[in-house]
Design a protein around this ligand. Structure first.
Ligand SMILES: Cc1cc2nc3c(=O)[nH]c(=O)nc-3n(C[C@H](O)[C@H](O)[C@H](O)COP(=O)(O)OP(=O)(O)OC[C@H]3O[C@@H](n4cnc5c(N)ncnc54)[C@H](O)[C@@H]3O)c2cc1C
Length: 417
């Protein structure tokens, strides 16, 4: 590294995508630094992020390879089956109630993925804590609390101005600071997208009946409703409400929230007890027009924010991290300038198609399924039934959900850089 530089790569944002990128870069011999306005230790507090994420098995391989897997393993709930139902009300998946029922089973792809499940459910606070621990172990320097405010680039490098007046220099700056991304704005990269008239509601519940590793996704007229298995026989519930009802739930007392849950979903869940805080999130689609500019790259939600219906937002960010780290480590080994547009375009070309396709298909699905039009209901039911009957189609969807299709970066195959 040039002495004039503080690091090879300045990563703005120590969230799950940014921290994973830093670990991947360090595993390949580069020197990253992380910058985040949140105190680093605070990220692991239960109240910081009450969500849980469905993590594709390929994404989990990357964490194993960069040193975060062992700390995550005790908290990772294997997803053995996914049941998808187009229902008028929850419980419609009960046997005999609907012909439109998709079933994915990890046993069907066991030979191709070494017995790995379809994915894992992990609470975000556990992911953040494990990544923070691995970052400390890897001796990656973290500037936190510190906020990136300005980025200036010239032919030699990039200068990042922090809110406290300090300046950091490196050949490359990566924006991993979520949807508002000041790095993306500094690069003049515009965004396209729109808000959904929906709010995502998230609650963790303790279940009466054993979940047996089964994830349920119901497409209800108001929007999708997911019941995602967690360790200790808990589940993460994620559903969408119209914006005004979402706003009311945001401020509701715990007992009012629990009563709403019972009314909305009836006896189908069995006796459930809400454990821990509940959260509401505005939902929107946002895609950056480009993923790279001279000395600047963006990844994760800074590059693409999608509807949580498919549970793929973070997985896309983790794929970005794996691809960008591989491109940069290989370029550095060849003696190339890692901040040059020629190098960064390799990353952008690799990831652009996957990100745009997933954002577009999630958007289409959201519109198609958050709807009670009888014709649409018939069409999507026929589609589901077809996929369910055709074994190869079903296996393709399972591989896709597992993040194991296409031109996979080495880290997602479980190989070191
Ligand atoms: C309800 C819901 C459920 C979801 N479920 C799933 C799921 O099951 N599976 C899945 O894959 N995805 C899921 N997602 C999407 C997933 O949560 C996001 O894609 C993911 O959190 C994005 O991570 P990120 O690191 O890119 O950005 P963020 O999590 O937004 O992190 C950005 C980081 O940058 C920091 N930052 C902000 N401003 C600055 C600045 N100026 N300078 C430096 N740092 C800054 C922030 O403090 C933060 O730490 C869900 C989303 C929602 C809303």
């Amino acid at each position: 590294m040039d002495n004039a530089f503080d690091a090879d790569v300045i990563v703005a944002g120590a969230g799950m995508s940014g921290a994973t990128l830093a670990l991947a870069l360090a595993s390949g011999g580069l020197k990253p630094v992380l910058v985040d306005p949140q105190p680093f230790a605070a990220q692991a507090a239960p109240s910081f992020d009450g969500r849980a994420s469905a993590i594709a098995f390929a994404s989990f391989r990357q964490w194993n390879t960069v040193g975060a897997g062992a700390a995550l393993a005790p908290h990772a709930q294997r997803i053995e089956q996914i049941l998808v139902t187009d229902g008028a009300s929850p419980g419609a998946a009960s046997p005999g109630q609907t012909p439109f029922f998709l079933r994915f089973d990890s046993a069907e792809i066991a030979d191709r993925c070494d017995g790995e499940p379809l994915g894992y459910m992990l609470e975000n606070r556990r992911i953040r804590a494990a990544l923070a621990e691995a970052v400390t172990q890897a001796r990656i320097e973290v500037f936190a609390p510190a906020r990136v405010e300005r980025v200036e680039v010239d032919a030699r490098g990039a200068a990042v101005g922090l809110a406290d007046g300090r300046t950091l220099r490196a050949p490359l700056v990566v924006g991993a600071e979520g949807r508002t991304s000041p790095v993306r704005q500094a690069a003049g990269i515009g965004v396209i997208g729109w808000d959904y008239p929906q709010t995502g509601v998230v609650a963790t519940v303790k279940l009466e009946r054993p979940h047996e590793g089964v994830a349920h996704e119901y497409f209800l007229p108001g929007g999708p409703f997911a019941i995602l298995p967690l360790t200790e026989n808990r589940a993460s519930l994620v559903w969408t409400e119209k914006t005004d009802r979402g706003a009311a739930l945001r401020t509701a007392k715990p007992e009012v929230f629990q009563a709403h849950l019972r009314r909305r979903f009836g006896p189908f869940l069995g006796a459930v007890e809400v454990v821990g805080p509940t959260f509401t999130y505005p939902l929107s689609l946002q895609l950056a027009e480009r993923m790279a500019a001279e000395r600047i790259a963006v990844l994760g939600d800074a590059a693409h924010g999608i509807h949580p219906m498919a549970g793929q937002g973070l997985n896309l960010g983790l794929k970005d991290a794996a691809a960008l780290a591989q491109v940069l480590v290989e370029a550095a080994r060849l003696g190339e300038d890692i901040g040059s547009l020629a190098v960064l375009e390799r990353y952008a070309r690799w990831r652009r198609f996957d990100n745009v396709m997933l954002a577009a298909s999630t958007d289409i699905f959201t519109r198609l399924f958050s709807n009670d039009d009888p014709l649409l209901r018939l069409a999507r039911g026929a589609g589901m039934a077809a996929v369910n009957r055709i074994g190869p189609a079903r296996r393709f969807f399972m591989q896709e959900a597992g993040g194991a299709v296409g031109d996979l970066p080495r880290l997602l195959r479980g190989e070191a850089l």
